[in-house]
Design a binder for this molecule. Sequence first.
Ligand code: IPM
Ligand code: MN
Length: 355
Amino acid sequence: MKLKIAVLPGDGIGPEIVAQALDVTKAVCKKFGHELTYETALVGAVAIDAVGNPYPGETHALCMESDAVLFGAIGSPKYDNDPSAKVRPEQGLLAMRKKLGLYANIRPVTTFPSLIHKSPLRADLIDGADFMCIRELTGGIYFGRPQGRSEDGETAYDTCVYSVEEIERIVRLAYDYALKRKKKLTIVDKANVLCTSRLWRQVSQRLEKEYPEVETEYMFVDNAAMQIIQWPKRFDVMVTENMFGDILTDEASVITGSLGMLPSASIGIHTSVFEPIHGSYPQAAGKDIANPLATILSAALMFEYAFDLPAEGKLIREAVDASMKAKVVTEDIAESGKAYKTSEVGQWIVNYINK
Ligand code: IPM
Ligand code: MN
């Protein structure tokens, strides 16, 4: 198969982890006889520094003409510490999501046997946890207008907006995933307080009738935050709005043992984007110590979701499992023994695939 990918390393550790995921992608393509072409483009703080725009038109054009986007991370302390900055790296990520119509962000949460003891949660609670968090990605408070400050600067406001159409397409997608899994869907909202959440619930209650095979439950987000760590095995598919999903999935990464392990797929109207859920980890940038596994596992999702090549994705997962069994892991998940470099972990996985 001919595969064309756009590679967007972004900021901080982005370039290091994406380099490893790209090498893994190349190795898999070679093994399975796919013809891979790729082009790299700017996004985030590095794009602001170079051309003054965190998601330049050229980058968007490349994403649009590619079959998939492999994405690293966005964000820089230079902007985090300057709340008055007019252009922010994160705007690049949000613009990309909006322009590519990436309304669904899929974040699978699974445990790895060799990492269970790394989680601060009790092993018996998390062993075997396996659920999928589907986060709405192009609506809600991230994009709602008006947003801004009053003229005297004394007040600031964000607006949370959802339409029936936006809710319906993401909840339907969640039902389709639930049908392929254990047929249980948890719809997370704050319908006891928020008007948008009440619309989510109203739309969901209508759709629920169309999916009688799926057991539907509704849960308030505060309760969900508690249950995710108290009883993670009760979940199968969870769907929620943009900001709740952002927060709940960072929390859910604790089940996995490290934020450096959780991949994600953003899918929607145009080209899909595959990226780790963690940020740009600027403290580690350039040190070759960051965990590349979330990005490598995102490449696995790319083969599965964007190219419909499950065997290729499976081989990447197998290689990642093998690297953890062999204890070839970065410092965030290493035992008291040796911690390996980002590139050493990546190249070990490449060698495993080449075998
Ligand atoms: C994520 C990140 C982003 C988000 C930031 C970097 C804008 O935290 O992908 O989860 O909030 O969506
Ligand atoms: Mn986040």
